[in-house]
Design a protein around this ligand. Structure first.
Ligand code: CP
Ligand code: NVA
Length: 305
């Protein structure tokens, strides 16, 4: 049997995503009712971080423990990964001592090379190109608040980064629309736009037009990890791409606001929006835990009834 990895959102089919959402709902309710559920007893997750994290580390480590297994944290500073050991060699060794691997790294090609040499499933915990676990949690959160996302419109305001790319992939898999507005020079790469087709993706020069009539407005930091040298330039370039109360007014009256966090109030989002009535950012962060537990269950055990 071939190993199933989750390196990009479209590694899973719509049917598989729907199964994971159903399991996440059940796993969440068990957790909220203090019911033990230990299907992964004696299973070990290795988490490799080449970039900082609060939510991803916590949700994977707590999630694995809550499912009865254990989690080991590795970073580049304290392991041989930072001293030039080839990714292929690291994958061989790490996957002989564990059941599941989660990686947060730079280029997507690193995680792909790791997966090609891994004996166990590999999960993308964020790369420069994608953040599939985030969008799993975000769409689960949307469904909890508003029902099916099919046919709905998500407005992405800001940088065409890893989170934006993953929204575009998810739109193809789950059949909804994404309106993207970025400052000039930060547009979705043309080859990526072509990859996702134009059926579910529309680009807007004016962020207010992207947000108009949207069911969900979402954004992310102006400067992602690894791009810190561009920080000052980006602050100037992105100044008009802030999600504020005026922008939320042109979206649907019951539109949700999401942000993967961490957020910078006064930059990509105003404080009154992220702390206001449209915002579901805390549910979104919590749902990283429940959806990733369902994902780990699926990758290790297949479809559990
Ligand atoms: N949203 C997200 O992935 O958060 P962390 O960087 O804290 O893991
Ligand atoms: N786009 C951000 C997401 C952080 C969770 C980054 O890559 O830094």
């Amino acid at each position: 049997m071939s190993i199933k990895h989750f390196l990009q959102f479209n590694d899973l089919t719509r049917d598989e995503i729907e199964h994971i959402f159903a399991r996440a709902k059940w796993i969440k309710s068990q957790f909220k009712n203090y019911q033990q559920y230990w299907p992964l007893t004696d299973r070990t997750l290795v988490m490799i971080f080449e970039k900082a994290s609060t939510r991803t580390r916590l949700s994977f480590e707590a999630g694995m423990q809550q499912l009865g297994g254990s989690a080991i944290y590795l970073n580049t500073r304290d392991s041989q990964l930072g001293r030039g050991e080839p990714v292929e060699d690291a994958a061989q060794v790490i996957s002989r001592m564990s059941d599941l691997v989660m990686i947060r790294t730079f280029e997507q090609s690193i995680i792909e090379r790791f997966a090609q040499n891994s004996r166990v499933p590999v999960i993308n915990g964020l790369t420069n190109e994608y953040h599939p676990c985030q969008i799993l949690a975000d769409i689960f959160t949307f469904i909890e608040h508003r029902g099916s996302i099919q046919g709905k419109t998500v407005a992405w305001i800001g940088d065409s980064n890893n989170v934006c790319n993953t929204w575009l992939q998810a739109a193809e898999v789950l059949d909804f629309n994404v309106h993207v507005s970025t400052p000039p020079g930060y547009e979705v790469e043309p080859e990526r736009a072509n990859l996702y087709g134009t059926d579910h993706f529309e680009s807007f020069a004016d962020p207010m037009e992207a947000a108009r009539g949207a069911d969900l407005v979402t954004t992310d930091v102006w400067t992602s990890m690894g791009f810190e040298a561009e920080n000052e330039e980006r602050r100037k370039d992105f100044a008009d791409w802030q999600v504020d109360a005026d922008m939320m007014k042109v979206a649907k009256a019951d539109a949700l606001f999401m942000h993967c966090l961490p957020a910078h109030r006064g930059e990509e989002v105003s404080a009154d929006v992220i702390d206001g009535s449209h915002s579901v950012v805390w549910d979104e962060a919590e749902n990283r835990l429940h959806t990733q537990k369902a994902l780990m269950e699926y990758l290790l055990l297949g479809k559990v009834a």
